[in-house]
Design a protein around this ligand. Structure first.
Ligand code: GYE
Length: 339
């Protein structure tokens, strides 16, 4: 209903502009309001600003939904609280936006507010992380990463690194696992791949598992505490579910004078693929960086443009992602990266 009203408003606005041509009495304010009416309004709810990755996603969406492309983007930062995101979505509904783009901090707890958006006739596009809802019709499309695949890429790399020796003996693999926000699809996908690998490989053991909330500070704290409690000689793998946390944990290892990375005993795994992490990978401090692509603006713009033209859109669109070890990287390539 609201979308019909907005369509009518746009038609009226253009009629008004036509009828005012030459009458000389349309004020700048009126034409600004009419211009505004002609824009497609997008409400964009981000969970927070916890990492360079998150900022890159925000930048990509803001760049895609620019005013000269006919869009007005209303950005809200949820300050890492689901309640704030739910409040922000309700504000978008009251404002009568044309679309809502939601990057959900966790997968569950969205049914009620997405039902309200549906009632209001506002399509919701999920991006980045996913939601788990009772009825898939509560959102129109998902654009983001296949986190299960990301985890599997990391585990396959470790599988190759810790295979049996010539005599068929398997090495013990002790893992420090620093997780992202519990309940987020990024954490679920990346954690489950590792947990399944430990079930499949009896010689793999998670000796520490804590949530670093995808932040550098929290991961640093976890690693500092870990190094107080266990001998670093017993650590074979540091599995961090994003670059910020890998950098935080590495800072603790540096502080303690403990060697890690390519030539050393602690294999470091990270996710995202930010420039900072790729530089650490290129110089041998991080062994593997699994890319998680935040440049989702163009994918989201394509979905909205298709919806604006009443075209059917795919329910799921995975963004292109790869992974990097030291030999895959050069300074030139890293410089060419957008985030
Ligand atoms: O890995 C992390 C960010 O949701 C995939 O959230 C995203 C994750 C990303 O804080 O850096």
């Amino acid at each position: 209903m609201i979308r019909m009203k907005k369509l009518l408003a746009k038609v009226l606005a253009s009629v008004l502009i036509f009828s005012c041509v030459g009458c000389g009495d349309s004020s700048g304010k009126e034409s600004a309001a009419e211009d505004n009416e002609a824009l497609t309004v997008i409400g964009f709810s981000q969970p927070g600003a916890e990492s360079a990755w998150r900022v890159a996603l925000t930048d990509s969406v803001q760049e895609a939904f620019s005013e000269d492309r006919g869009y007005k983007l209303i950005y809200k930062d949820g300050q890492s609280k689901q309640d704030n995101q739910i409040r922000d979505i309700r504000t978008f509904i009251q404002q009568g936006v044309d679309y809502i783009i939601l990057s959900p901090i966790v997968e569950s707890g969205w049914d009620t507010v997405l039902s309200e958006a549906k009632q209001a006739g506002i399509p919701v596009i999920i991006c980045d992380r996913n939601v788990v809802v009772s009825n898939e019709s509560l959102y129109t499309a998902f654009v983001g990463s296949d986190f299960k695949s990301e985890g599997e890429k990391a585990v396959a790399y470790l599988q190759e690194m810790y295979e049996a020796d010539e005599a068929g003996n398997l090495p013990e693999v002790n893992i420090v696992h620093i997780q992202g926000t519990i309940g987020s699809s990024a954490q679920i996908g990346r954690s489950n791949a590792l947990i399944k690998a430990c079930e499949d490989n009896s010689n793999w053991h998670i000796i520490v598992e804590e949530c670093g909330e995808f932040t550098k500070a929290k991961a640093r704290e976890i690693m500092d505490n870990t190094l107080q409690e266990i001998n670093s000689d017993s650590i074979d793998v540091l599995y961090c579910e994003n670059d910020e946390m890998a950098m935080g944990a590495i800072a603790a290892l540096n502080e303690a004078g403990i060697a890690y990375g390519n030539e050393n005993d602690i294999t470091v795994i990270s996710f995202d693929g930010s420039v900072g992490a790729l530089q650490l990978c290129q110089n041998g401090q991080i062994d593997l960086v699994v890319e998680c692509n935040p440049l989702q603006g163009p994918y989201l713009l394509n979905i909205v443009e298709m919806l604006n033209s009443n075209k059917t859109v795919p329910k799921i669109t995975y963004v292109d992602e790869k992974y990097f070890a030291k030999d895959d990287l050069s300074e030139e390539y890293i410089k060419s990266r957008k985030y």
